[in-house]
Design a protein around this ligand. Structure first.
Ligand code: OAD
Length: 270
């Protein structure tokens, strides 16, 4: 085993030893809830528990490509609330940035479309937005791109945008259920073989293929779960560490032990 015991202190010791050179990160909606963005599956506050008004056959339908084709209105109604712009990064996002500042960040794989990793200053070439983002949009029929400002106006007005070339539906390039993952996701998977540590934060690990990244790091690579509840197969490897709680609290503890407390405060307040 790489860790002395399955706790945060041992993880800190490992990071300080200098043997832990490449840290990979997997993020989910739970790292942005303290920024004011709801996650998907938390029982009362999650997005899926609050979609009754959209009159969907089941909550996930709002992000399904086939459902969108038949009825784009619910997604457009929701998109208004999902649009990035009103939120600021959390200490957890700033912690990922500190990993990059210290030269130990491998790749930060995120399922989130809120772009808070970028806003926190994580270098763009270290971020894989596995479920895409609102940065660009295309016609789902002919593939033509569509103007960003025009789409924002549609979303704000609650009206559906149609392609100016073929009148097909326009959809932001966030990955829907039933769509392929971005090339950058597939290209980055082999890099997991080089991981010395994996941090999994704020995700229910229920959506594949993203969730399966957690089992792609080598056996010798310790894995740390930071989440409100136990998820995935964490605990089945001898170097798995499970930290239950809010990621911001756990990250603050971790930074204190690492001697990065002040840096975290500065990075977060910027
Ligand atoms: P989920 O809503 O499924 O899971 C969020 C997890 O974070 C849950 O286990 C929560 O308990 C936990 N959590 C919430 N707040 C937390 C906090 N402050 N600290 C620690 N843990 C916290 O969100 P994801 O796993 O990101 O995809 O969902 C995956 C995908 O499902 C999303 O990318 C989205 C969705 O459908 C698409 O739309 C394609």
């Amino acid at each position: 085993e790489v860790l002395e015991s399955r706790d945060l202190q041992s993880v800190v010791k490992y990071i300080k030893s200098g043997k832990c050179k490449r840290i990979f990160v997997m993020l989910g909606a739970g790292v942005s809830t303290t920024a004011g963005i709801p996650d998907f599956r938390s029982p009362e506050t999650g997005l899926y528990a609050n979609l009754a008004r959209l009159d969907l056959p089941y909550p996930e339908a709002v992000f399904e490509i086939n459902f969108f084709r038949s009825n784009p209105v619910p997604f457009y109604a929701l998109a208004r609330e999902l649009l990035p712009g009103h939120f600021r990064p959390t200490p957890t996002h700033s912690f990922v940035r500190l990993l990059a500042d210290h030269g130990v960040l491998g790749i930060c794989f995120t399922q989130n479309i809120d772009t808070l990793e970028r806003l926190a200053g994580v270098p763009p070439n270290r971020i894989v937005e596995a479920h895409g983002s609102f940065a660009t949009q295309h016609c789902i029929e002919c593939g033509a791109s569509y103007d960003n400002e025009k789409l924002r106006q549609h979303i704000k007005a609650g009206t559906v945008a149609y392609c100016e070339r073929c009148h097909g539906l326009v959809k932001p390039d966030i990955v829907f259920f039933g769509e392929a993952m971005p090339m950058a996701f597939h290209r980055s998977i082999p890099l997991l073989q080089t991981a010395d540590l994996l941090l999994v934060m704020g995700t229910s690990l229920t959506v594949h293929p993203f969730a399966s990244l957690a089992s792609m790091v080598p056996d010798r690579c310790p894995r740390v779960l930071m989440n409100l509840d136990a998820v995935g197969d964490f605990g089945c490897r001898s170097d798995d560490v499970i930290c239950l709680g809010k990621t911001d609290d756990i990250v603050r503890d971790l930074c204190k032990e690492l001697g990065w407390e002040e840096e975290l405060n500065i990075a977060w307040k910027k």
